[in-house]
Write a protein that binds this ligand. Sequence first.
Ligand code: ADP
Length: 259
Amino acid sequence: LEEQLRQSEKLEAIGTLAGGIAHDFNNLLMGIQGYTSILQHSLGTGHRDYEKLNSIQKLIQSGSDLTQQLLGFARGGKYEIKPTDLNDILIKSSNMFGRTRRDIVISCDLEEPLWLVEADRSQIEQVLLNLYVNAGQAMPGGGRLNLATKNVVPDDDPFLPASREPGNYVCVTVTDTGVGMDEKTRQRIFEPFFTTREMKRGTGLGLASAYGIIQGHGGSIEVDSEIGRGTTFRIYLPASDKEIPGTVRPVADVAKGHE
Ligand code: ADP
């Protein structure tokens, strides 16, 4: 699992790089295509070099198709936002992680029914796996990992960030009893390439990508930590607006309906 995770972190870094190059390269190709068209136009179809310029156009098109493929990879390919049950993701992903670390006791404190969130399931799984693996590394001799979820109505939660979109949220907390981190480290953990691990062990991209993914979902992620006691990550995601049979409608929405 750790290897799988490290691999996806690497791929993501390469993807970002490749995406940037592909984008610039495609712009360049579009410039060449533009000048080639102008030249074709001024030579006219009867000119003996007209067909050669057609061949150039075809090659430019193949080059452009290639960069589009690269851009697709950089975006991570499929990106599927659907009403999602975070409890289900937490249970399945933590079971998977638990099998790799028998020395860690995993406990869950999940609200039922939990409001759904609009999310890409595989991205949220990626975020959580990152948090578990980090927690595991903070507990080399074993420990406890607690996972909790909560429906959050605004004003109900002192931790809910002040700058946010209005509406209800779902909160996920991941708490470990590990080594914790000092304040200087805490302030930097979401920076790309920031790591306290020795070379080759850490890329410093896990939490940076987690941050990006959660921001991309309109949510927030933050951390509390104490040296020697452990660390808590808190993730807030906006509750889904869609009415899903069998789930409780967010309170703010019900109120809106009566206005
Ligand atoms: P990496 O794991 O490759 O170092 P991350 O972005 O996942 O990169 O984490 C950055 C740093 O944050 C880690 O090197 C570690 O110092 C710190 N960190 C992350 N999670 C925890 C945790 N649960 N307990 C203590 N420190 C942590």
